[in-house]
Ligand binder design. Structure first.
Ligand code: ASP
Length: 313
């Protein structure tokens, strides 16, 4: 039994481990752990209290994947519901679909009995307003929805300092089943409707009991283009060690062209319960907890540099 998570998973990893100890499944544990992060208003990258899009609307993305049978559920650009990970699980369990977005996802959340709420907290609104006012000083932010050329503002408002976040959880239960889950409010001040890697199977997450699982945080556009989470698991399937697989998938990102290449991080668990974290920048950590530990421990991520470039238009 083991759970690994991104650093912001501290608030949920013990609750998740309690579930595994009581004989719960890896899917139960991942959902429970992520729900704690989604409810944490101080975490501005996930769930309630997350930073909004350019229009000031909080849009949430989440997904989980069950490595036992490769089933998966995801929601994207979901507004008004605090626990996208639970809605994603219900997509997996109740529908013949894998992925719902926008209004359809919100409708389904309501049908599943989730109560709606305003996800934009005062502190998150303040940071959004302050950031936009740097470049839009004279503009009335309440009229942004009427802008015919909102797209022109997205690069200006994209804020690498507030862009990072997202929570990753991977659990392996008593039966050896592995589940991977991800939840995020995405890039701060993103263009409305933008989806990152987090809810996309193969990009932000992948789990297969036979080999292991991987989940990502960082610039989602890169993980989408390189199918990063799937690549890591695929490299393990091809016989690479966990460390080699992570290094290779990170190095692959250097082959991506385009104007926006930035940070990437992932955590990886193999089927034997070995784990590691990787980051394209120095100093990153992740946390893990096994069934015999009383508290989680923090571990450094292996730094595999990616050549960053960020060219504003
Ligand atoms: N990967 C997330 C996204 O692109 C953001 C992050 O992890 O910082 O939406």
């Amino acid at each position: 039994m083991i759970i690994i998570a991104s650093q912001n998973g501290y608030v949920g990893i013990e609750a998740a481990m309690d579930i595994l100890k009581q004989g719960g499944s890896a899917v139960d544990a991942v959902e429970a752990g992520i729900r704690c992060v989604e409810a944490n208003a101080d975490d501005h990258s996930v769930g309630y209290g997350g930073y909004p899009n350019l229009l000031g609307q909080v849009e949430l993305d989440a997904a989980l994947m069950n490595g036992r049978d490769l089933t998966s559920g995801a929601v994207g650009a979901l507004q008004g519901y605090k626990h996208p990970i639970s809605v994603a699980r219900q997509v997996m369990e109740k529908l013949p679909h894998v992925f719902l977005v926008g209004k359809g996802a919100a409708r389904f959340a309501a049908e599943m009995g989730h109560s709606s709420c305003d996800l934009l907290t005062g502190p998150a609104r303040e940071v959004w307003e302050q950031r936009l006012r740097v470049d839009m000083a004279a503009l009335d932010l309440t009229r942004l929805t009427e802008f015919p050329d909102l797209w022109r503002w997205v690069e200006i408002a994209t804020d690498p300092e507030h862009a990072a976040g997202t929570t990753n959880f991977i659990a392996q239960d008593m039966e050896g089943n592995i589940c991977a889950g991800v939840s995020t409010s995405g890039w701060a001040w993103k263009y409305p409707g933008r989806l990152g890697d987090s809810p996309i199977v193969g990009a932000g997450l992948y789990a297969d009991n036979r080999y292991g699982a991987a989940t990502c945080t960082g610039t989602g556009e890169m993980a989408i283009r390189a199918s990063t989470a799937h690549s890591i698991v695929f490299y393990m399937k091809m016989g690479l060690s966990l460390t080699e697989a992570g290094q290779r998938a990170m190095t692959d990102l250097n082959d991506l062209g385009g104007r926006y290449i930035s940070r990437m991080n992932f955590i990886v668990l193999d089927r034997e319960g070995n784990h590691a974290g990787f980051s394209s920048s120095e100093g990153g950590t992740y946390i893990y907890m096994t069934g015999i530990m009383d508290t989680p421990e923090e571990k450094s991520r292996l730094c595999v540099p990616v050549k960053e470039r960020w060219e504003r238009g």
